[in-house]
Design a protein around this ligand. Structure first.
Ligand SMILES: [Zn+2]
Length: 580
């Protein structure tokens, strides 16, 4: 078993290892390659302008993350073509279907990039060009493989002219139109061939040689060799659905429904998740992954041990259905918490409407497993992940719950990811993200940003002011943008635009979005008037930053539109990331 995923750069340990293994395969399978050519791979991924091609690397990995094969694709967005530079399985893995799966993934990509098609070189099967029968047999097998996809050598040109006279096996230039029935005009093809020779073979092909090859393309449209191996043309079509590695990893808290406060007015209810899921299931954007269990130490990295232990114990001691609301608050004598567990609730809480009940701990614990699994998938190479969870978390502080929140899941994920690089938590819930502000207030490696209703009229009332900017080394790394009671989509987008500039200047490795949908028109807990199209625009703006992004569900309570707004947000996020 293997899976194919895209490696964007060498920033995370998983991607760094993958690139090293790709380099090992290059060394083993292409002994003629220079050391410099192999070493430049990470730079090629990072600096498209320098190489005048966007490099796209796909790896086929086994279940342990070992690379069994790879494909390196060049994309030329102006001339609209792709050039397949390498496709290879590791030596011991040839013939295991990896080459075929990689080629199909490459075709999907070339089609998604709206290109004319895929060009690549293939060694010849003509005895005049390939003298060694053993090598010729291998060449023929490759050409037969590509012919199944409708990819054939371009005919009647001098492309297969050796650069050095007498060299054996000068390659054909092969073209795959990806099933688009494209006729290649002569002039377009000449420009493409020149780009390939000048960029790929910089310093190898002398200018006179390049001119000679380019001018040898005279058929208009370009002609191809007749099918040689596959007589009955049943060309393999390109799969047109979204490939798995481009989907949004979806983690759903499968135990959320056990936390159900059935009191009137408690809007944080299980139906919220169902109404979002129902809409998401109508799209192809998501790839669902089961949550994995993580140790308590991840929670203790952001929450006070005593708070965690208290919450766990008090929940376990309650009768099913029993809800405890805090009612005594230690504003004067914090050092002496009440002995009776139920009374002590106020010692760890910021309001009087978030109850403790038997299942609150279990549901919140599972929500944390979901965000950590999602974060792990981001580290493993996925660009986008969504933890669809409840209870929400962004009001939970280091040693306090409240605002329907118990554990600050987004903060737990941020803490975990921060060991690999800088993190931004962008909170777009209607209410201030006081939890992560307080948790990271003195740190400069996690930038916390929140756009919300001004605390003069919106929960949590005591924080979210613009002058709360962080402390110590964290000074300048907390940004609050409190807005007035009436905000429409346009004003919101203008505000967000400015803040995204701040995100980019911070150069984060990861972006966490605390997604509250309570900014929507008629939300029972908000006063703003965002609509579906605004959520799409917001998603697109965030996606176009192209950071590895983990979205964590926070608030949003109008279940008539929750799903629709979530779907629009993710449509925007996905297309911002992949299609703009
Ligand atoms: Zn909210």
């Amino acid at each position: 078993m293997f899976r194919i995923r895209r490696v964007y750069d060498d920033e995370t340990p998983a991607d760094k290892d993958a690139i090293t293994e790709v380099q090992d395969i290059l060394r083993a399978q292409f002994p003629g390659l220079s050391k410099g050519d192999i070493a430049k791979l990470p730079d090629q991924l990072r600096n498209p302008l320098k190489y005048r091609f966007r490099s796209i690397l796909f790896v086929a990995e086994d279940s342990k993350g070992h690379v069994d094969g790879f494909a390196l694709l060049f994309h030329e967005p102006v001339l609209k073509f792709c050039y397949l530079d390498y496709i290879s399985a590791a030596k011991q893995k040839t013939g295991s279907g990896i080459g075929g799966a990689l080629y199909e993934r490459v075709r999907e990509e070339a089609l998604y990039l709206n290109t004319l098609g895929l060009f690549f070189e293939c060694l010849p099967d003509d005895p005049k060009l390939s003298r060694d029968p053993e090598i010729r047999k291998q060449n023929a097998a490759r050409l037969r493989f590509y012919e199944r996809y409708g990819a054939r050598p371009i005919a009647n040109t001098a492309y297969e002219t050796p650069v050095k006279l007498g060299d054996d096996n000068p390659p054909y230039l092969v073209y795959d139109d990806l099933g688009q029935d494209i006729e290649l005009p002569c002039e377009t093809t000449r420009t493409i061939v020149r780009a390939i020779l000048e960029r790929k073979y910089k310093g190898v092909c002398p200018p006179g040689y390049v001119d000679m090859i380019v001018e040898s393309f005279t058929d208009d449209p370009v002609k191809f060799r007749e099918p040689k191996y596959i007589k009955k043309q049943a060309v393999i079509p390109v799969r047109r659905y979204i490939p798995v590695d481009k989907r949004i990893v979806l983690l759903v808290n499968d135990r959320h429904a056990i936390h159900h406060v059935e009191e009137r007015g408690y809007v944080e209810s299980p139906v919220r998740i169902d109404s979002i899921l129902e809409e998401l299931e109508n799209t192809e954007l998501f790839h669902k992954v089961a949550p994995r269990h993580f140790a308590e130490s991840y929670i203790k990295a952001v929450h006070d041990h005593k708070f965690l232990d208290y919450f766990k114990t008090v929940c376990a001691n309650l009768e099913p259905g029993q809800s405890i609301y805090p009612y005594v608050f230690p504003i004067r004598n914090v050092a002496r918490p009440p002995k009776v567990l139920l009374i002590r609730a106020g010692y760890y809480c910021i309001d009087t409407f978030t109850p403790i009940n038997r299942n609150a701990y279990l549901a919140a614990r599972r929500a944390v497993d979901c965000v950590l699994t999602a974060a792990e998938q981001i580290l493993g190479g996925y660009r986008l992940a969504y933890a669809l969870i409840r209870p929400p978390g962004h009001h939970a502080e280091r040693r306090a719950f409240g605002g329907f929140c118990y554990f600050n899941s987004a903060a737990v994920a941020a803490q975990y990811l921060s060991t690999y690089g800088k993190v931004v938590i962008l909170d777009i819930d209607y209410h201030h993200g006081n939890g992560q502000q307080q948790i990271f207030y003195e740190r400069s490696d996690v930038l916390t940003i929140s756009i919300h209703g001004h605390p003069s009229f919106a929960y949590p009332y005591f924080s979210g002011f613009a002058d709360e900017k962080g402390e110590g080394t964290g000074r300048g790394y907390n940004v609050n943008v409190p807005l007035s009671e009436n905000v429409d989509g346009e004003q919101y987008q203008r505000t967000l635009e400015k803040l995204l500039g701040r995100v980019v200047r911070f150069h984060p490795r990861f972006l966490i979005v605390a997604l509250g949908l309570d900014t929507a028109k008629e939300d029972p807990t908000g006063t703003w008037s965002l609509e579906a199209k605004d959520f799409e625009a917001i998603g697109r703006m965030i996606g176009s930053l192209r950071f590895p992004t983990l979205v964590v569900q926070e608030g949003g309570y109008d279940t008539r539109v929750l799903g629709i707004n979530a779907r629009h947000f993710f449509d925007g996020l996905w297309s911002g990331t992949y299609t703009l």
